[in-house]
Design a protein around this ligand. Sequence first.
Ligand SMILES: [Zn+2]
Length: 137
Amino acid sequence: MESTEKIEKPESEWRAELDPNRYAVLRQGATEPAFSGKLYRNKADGTYTCGACGAELFRSDEKYESGSGWPSFTAPLAAGTVELIEDRSHGMIRTEVRCARCHSHLGHVFDDGPGPAGERYCINSLALDFAPEADKA
Ligand SMILES: [Zn+2]
C-alpha cells in the first residue's frame, strides 16, 4: 500500500479519535513509563504502524532488546517513514522521531544502537500498533 500523502487534522479531531494515553504521547510528546508498554516485549514477526494514522513505520526485523524499557529498533522500515526533529526540551538536546505522514510523536533516536548505523530508535509502545505477519504458506 503506497501512502505518502500527509495527514493534517485539527488537534480536536485527534483528541476525539485517540485514547487519552495515546493522545498524550502521539500529539503532546509524552513518554510512557519504561517497561509499561504492551509491545515492549513483543517478539512476533510483523510490522509496527503509527498509532495515529496507521502508516507502516518499523519492522520486527529491526526490533531488538535494548534493556531500556521501550520498544527499540535499529532503523525505520524505510527512509522517509519517520521524520527527525531536534528536541531541546527538558534541558537536553535529543532527536525526536515523528511519523512522517501525520507528524505524531513516536519517541527519540539515540546514537548508541548496535547496528551498523549505530542508531537506537526508542519508541513508545503507546505510539505504535502491531500487525502480525500473515501466515507464510
Ligand atoms: Zn502517523
